[in-house]
Ligand binder design. Structure first.
Ligand SMILES: Nc1ncnc2c1ncn2[C@@H]1O[C@H](COP(=O)(O)OP(=O)(O)OP(=O)(O)O)[C@@H](O)[C@H]1O
Ligand SMILES: [Mg+2]
Length: 112
């Protein structure tokens, strides 16, 4: 299993959620965050306003998926969250050792 951590522009959340659901994702964590990337505090547009502060609002997605579909899911996020402007976000991928569905005790791929 892989943990995919993606930061996206907040207005893209609904579109990305729909695309992920269509792609078979059955669980997702969403957190409102602030952060910076390569521009680190230089101007970035958010909701029509130019941010010159150090941190820009983003949404962080965390999802655990089976190895077999990880690349496809990364592609779905990349395509759906893309605007071509700076600040479109980043995706990090980590190996996951184990997952457990608490209700049933199922583990691994069966638990996600
Ligand atoms: N190296 C990193 N480590 C952790 N989080 C990061 C890193 N780079 C970016 N982020 C997170 O991703 C968000 C969006 O990053 P962003 O899209 O601006 O990356 P970038 O490298 O500056 O690309 P771009 O040039 O397209 O803006 C940041 O606000 C931050 O939350
Ligand atoms: Mg940036």
């Amino acid at each position: 299993m892989k943990l995919i951590i993606a930061t996206i522009k907040p207005f893209k959340l609904e579109e990305v959620r729909e695309a992920l659901t269509e792609a078979g994702v059955r669980g997702l964590m969403v957190t409102e965050i602030k952060g910076f990337g390569a521009q680190s505090g230089h101007t970035e547009i958010y909701r029509g306003a130019e941010y010159v502060v150090n941190f820009v609002p983003k949404v962080k997605l965390e999802l655990v998926v089976a190895d077999a579909i990880a690349d496809q899911i990364i592609e779905v996020i990349t395509k759906t969250a893309h605007t071509g402007k700076i600040g479109d976000g980043k995706i990090f991928v980590l190996d996951v050792e184990q997952a457990v569905r608490v209700r049933t005790g199922e583990t691994g791929d069966d638990a996600i």
